[in-house]
Design a protein around this ligand. Structure first.
Ligand code: PLP
Length: 285
């Protein structure tokens, strides 16, 4: 838990950071967020994350906080909280609205801007490392989200329910199936290796265009792989050679079985290993 958080322009002790009960994120999930990974005290891919936050704000007509200020806040919090390995969480909401009403408040909106950090303890880091080495399992679930999954909104109930279902079935991730295609995970993007090429759903309104996804696509092309941004049909899961998900916190995570059926030979494959290595090298650079 962070000892200092940034709330609406001020650095305050965690226990003293208070948000009014009629904040619109509490009432309507009317807000956006970002998560940035910190390696060795340095934020990784900070700019693309903050650009995506600004885009999410524009798409929802939220007043976007100044990116330069958020960069300064990020470094200040990492320093104040002595963060080595961990994450920085950003949330922007459409502020306080009383009495509650669906339409935007009349007049200028005073957004709630929160930034906090979380340290990743050595046990959590080791567990993630073990998962990346051995591979994890997934389940498929029907898509139940809205038509703007490209916006990183805090309205995450279908994602929460899908992840819970995965957890209850002993799986790591739930993969959403829309119109016969497996499009992304509840908190990750999906990639398959099919006939030697890497396939991932195209960036559009149906998925969040992950920052890790974009990096992995660039890495894969640099390594000479063919990357096709197209849908992965549900039935292709049984004939793909490798399957993996990506996210800021999971990095490149191999899936060795989905819905109880092995992917490829049920072991982590060479494409995943190469992409894990490239990702790790970038985090160390
Ligand atoms: C639905 C969804 N897709 C994909 C991702 C991966 O995004 P990123 O690589 O930016 O962490 C996330 C991360 O939270 C997510 O919630």
């Amino acid at each position: 838990m962070s000892s200092t958080v940034y709330l609406n322009g001020e650095y305050v002790p965690y226990a003293e950071a208070k948000i009014p009960v009629e904040d619109r994120a509490f009432l309507f999930a009317d807000g956006i967020y970002e998560v940035v990974r910190v390696y060795g005290g340095r934020p990784f891919d900070l700019e693309p994350h903050l650009e995506r936050l600004a885009r999410s704000a524009r798409e929802l007509r939220l007043p976007a906080p100044d990116t330069g200020e958020l960069i300064r806040v990020t470094h200040e919090l990492i320093q104040r909280n002595g963060l080595g390995e961990g994450t920085v969480y950003y949330q922007v909401t459409r502020g306080v609205h009383a009495p509650r009403a669906h339409a935007f408040p009349a007049g200028a909106v005073e957004p709630t801007v929160l930034v906090l950090t979380h340290a990743l303890p050595p046990e959590a880091l080791a567990e993630n490392e073990r998962r990346r080495h051995e591979g994890v399992t997934g389940i498929t679930v029907p898509e139940q989200r809205w038509a703007r999954c490209d916006i990183k909104s805090v309205s995450l109930l279908p994602n929460v329910l899908a992840k819970q279902q995965a957890a209850e079935q002993g799986a790591y991730e739930a993969l959403f199936v829309r119109d016969g295609f497996v499009i992304e995970g509840s908190s990750s993007n999906l990639f398959a290796v099919i006939d030697g090429a890497i396939v991932t759903y195209p960036a559009c309104n149906n998925i969040l265009n992950g920052i890790a996804r974009q990096r992995v696509i660039r890495d894969a092309r640099k390594l000479g792989y063919t990357v096709r941004e197209q849908g992965i049909p549900l039935e292709a899961l049984t004939r793909c050679q490798e399957l993996f998900v990506t996210s800021t916190t999971a990095e490149v995570m191999p899936l060795v079985a989905v819905d109880g059926r092995a992917i490829g030979d049920g072991k982590v494959g060479p494409v995943v290993r190469a992409l894990q290595e490239a990702y790790r090298a970038a985090t160390r650079a």
